[in-house]
Design a protein around this ligand. Structure first.
Ligand SMILES: [Ca+2]
Length: 119
């Protein structure tokens, strides 16, 4: 588990799970460009929520509603902007890009995803 946490990005499948920023709960590093890909079950959407979200200004998490960054952008989040939010995909996949700049780091994020039946 510790080794997995140290990696930058992840590709996950299944009905629910957790995504962590690099080094979590220690601070992430500069110059990251991490991709997180979530694939839920066909016919189900994905709900994404943040338990922890603390990025330094200039660092950001982009969330796309699909399999890559040409899908619809659900939001771009920095600082504490994703706290209290719930993002819901219309597709069965989410694509996240965590991009950090040259200076200032912070704790990062702990995100929960779960698949949801679409109405
Ligand atoms: Ca930074």
């Amino acid at each position: 588990m510790a080794e997995w946490q140290a990696e930058c990005g992840a590709s996950v499948t299944g009905t629910q799970g957790v995504l962590l920023s690099p080094n979590y709960p220690a601070n992430y590093s500069n110059y990251h460009e991490c991709i997180y890909s979530i694939q839920s079950q066909p016919g189900k959407g994905v709900q994404l929520r943040a338990r922890t979200f603390n990025l330094a200004p200039g660092d950001q998490l982009k969330v796309y509603d699909g399999h890559n960054n040409s899908a619809r952008l659900l939001g771009t989040f920095s600082q504490s902007e994703m706290l209290g939010r719930s993002l819901n995909s219309t597709s069965s996949a989410l694509w996240l890009e965590f991009i950090t700049d040259a200076e200032n780091t912070s704790k990062g994020f702990e995100l929960f995803y779960s698949s949801e039946s679409k109405l």
